[in-house]
Design a protein. Structure first.
Length: 468
């Protein structure tokens, strides 16, 4: 019981915010002041370990949100309150459906418009509408069993939209809530067209449920559905969107640290979004999941495999290279099952490192102990027949042994490989999709399996079998 109380306190503390300009999150996910300094990249959020306060304490004057709607309503006390007024006042999505009787209640007695909008008042109002409650969402099929949660497809009764319900059981071992708290505290500050949107969170005695926008499939499933042969134009569009989402994160010193096709979601329109920020601020990269499954090594860079703890944004860029290769060839690049085998695959393709190709490597104890044969670097061209010269050049810049030599997400977006997309893709506003540009369109995948509804049972087991 005590543990539960502690988790809830931690969560409310992490979620408590100072700014309610948020369009999609419930007040429970109020934005947290971003006190992370530039140097604070992978360390635990210091505020997470401290104790929580009561709701009352959070309703201070600094919580007041000044809304033009309030002013208008005060000047027109007799005016009928519309759904739109409430949506604006609470910053709700336009397609929200307010519960029966809600409007009438506010027309008679409208504390929302008569008083300054404190966090507490906003929270109570959102809760009355249905946010933060399990019964607001209908649970549908199971989508997958991931590293620390079970994800279900669902439907919001408020908007009728599909959602993904990421359910974290609290009875399980201690680590689970921490990953969830990290994921929530990071995601609520990340608003970008290429990052999955967190709509709501629900905490009950038994579980924590994160409610996300729903996307049709993850990249692994997309690859499978199109017979492991993605149209090369679409490979370019997916890679660009991955870089765009990452560049946004990296500018904010947020690392993803668990990039893999299963954590990249794709919708019908071809929009790709980064998901699963559970490890984004963990102190170290775990080797086992909560259900004791092995965390994949396939996308992990060689410096980290060899014990480096110098995590910085380049940690993600190696995985981008691996994913780029996998999209282009339909095969994982380095499918090792142990650290030794993973490094072996890497050195076989890129050459066993020497003092010239990786200064300092010959004094790395772990590297010495493996005693790898001296492979010579192979030509990447021979392994990626569908990739043009520019693509191969970009790939080689991503697959650099040393983190500091790897191309950054921002530079990669400006690489000649993407010049054919035009210049405007670089300067789009953060929350605008690249498909808002008329000349950017997804090509039809000739081999794509039609994903009919009757196929849904298949696709569940399909996703699950692919998670590791
Ligand atoms: N928003 C979503 N829309 C559709 N499917 C999703 C969504 N979020 C997750 N999934 C599916 O569930 C799987 C597990 O979700 P994820 O967030 O990666 O959890 P975990 O941290 O447990 O790995 C993903 O690989 C994906 O197939
Ligand atoms: Mg995952």
């Amino acid at each position: 019981m005590d543990r539960m109380r502690k988790i809830k306190r931690q969560l409310s503390l992490t979620l408590r915010g100072s700014n309610s300009g948020d369009k999609s999150l419930s007040e429970t996910i109020g934005s947290q002041d971003t006190a992370h300094s530039d140097s604070e990249i992978v360390h635990e959020d210091v505020k997470m370990g401290s104790d929580g306060e009561s709701d009352q304490a959070s309703a201070t004057s600094s919580d007041e949100v000044h809304s033009p709607v309030r002013v208008r309503m005060r000047n027109n006390p007799g005016r009928k309150i519309s759904t739109e007024d409430i949506n604006k006042r609470l910053s709700l999505p336009a397609d929200i459906r307010l519960p029966d009787g809600y409007l009438e209640k506010f027309s008679l007695n409208s504390p929302l418009f008569d008083k300054p909008l404190t966090r507490r008042l906003r929270r109570v109002s959102l809760s009355e509408i249905g946010f933060g409650k399990l019964e607001t969402y209908v649970k549908l099929d199971k989508l997958g069993e991931g590293t620390y949660a079970t994800v279900y497809k669902g439907r919001s009764k408020l908007t009728d939209n599909l959602v993904a319900l990421k359910e974290i059981r609290l009875e399980h071992e201690e680590g689970a809530p921490c990953t969830a708290i990290r994921e929530v505290s990071l995601l609520k500050d990340l608003k970008h067209a290429n990052i999955v949107t967190l709509h709501d969170i629900i905490h009950t005695q038994k579980s924590l449920t994160l409610v996300f926008e729903y996307l049709d499939k993850d990249l692994k499933q997309y690859l499978d559905d199109c017979g492991n042969c993605i149209h090369m134009h679409n490979v370019k569009l997916f890679l660009f969107q991955l870089l765009r989402g990452l560049s946004y994160c990296h500018r904010r010193k947020v690392l993803h640290r668990d990039l893999k096709p299963q954590n990249l979601l794709i919708n019908d329109r071809g929009e790709l979004k980064l998901a699963d920020f559970g490890l984004a601020r963990a102190k170290s990269i775990p080797t086992k999941t909560y259900s004791n499954e092995v965390v994949t090594l396939w996308y992990r860079p060689p410096d980290i495999l060899l014990g480096s703890t110098d995590y910085s944004t380049q940690i993600d860029m190696w995985g981008v290279g691996c994913i780029f290769y996998e999209m282009s060839t339909g095969r994982p690049l380095f499918p090792g099952s142990t650290v030794e085998e993973e490094l072996h695959f890497i050195f076989k393709l890129l050459g066993t490192p020497t003092e010239e190709t990786w200064p300092g490597i010959t004094s790395n104890e772990e590297f010495i102990s493996y005693n790898y044969p001296r492979y010579r670097a192979d030509c990447l061209h021979n392994h990626t027949p569908r990739l043009d010269n520019e693509g191969v050049d970009l790939l080689s810049k991503l697959l650099q042994f040393e983190g500091k030599k790897r191309i950054s997400a921002d530079e990669a977006m400006r690489h000649p490989y993407f010049h054919c997309l035009g210049e405007r893709v670089i300067t789009l506003p953060d929350t605008t999709s690249i498909f808002a540009l008329q000349d950017i369109q997804l090509e039809k995948e000739p081999g794509m399996r039609a994903s009919s509804l009757s196929d849904s049972v298949n696709s569940i087991s399909h996703r699950q079998s692919l998670l590791f």
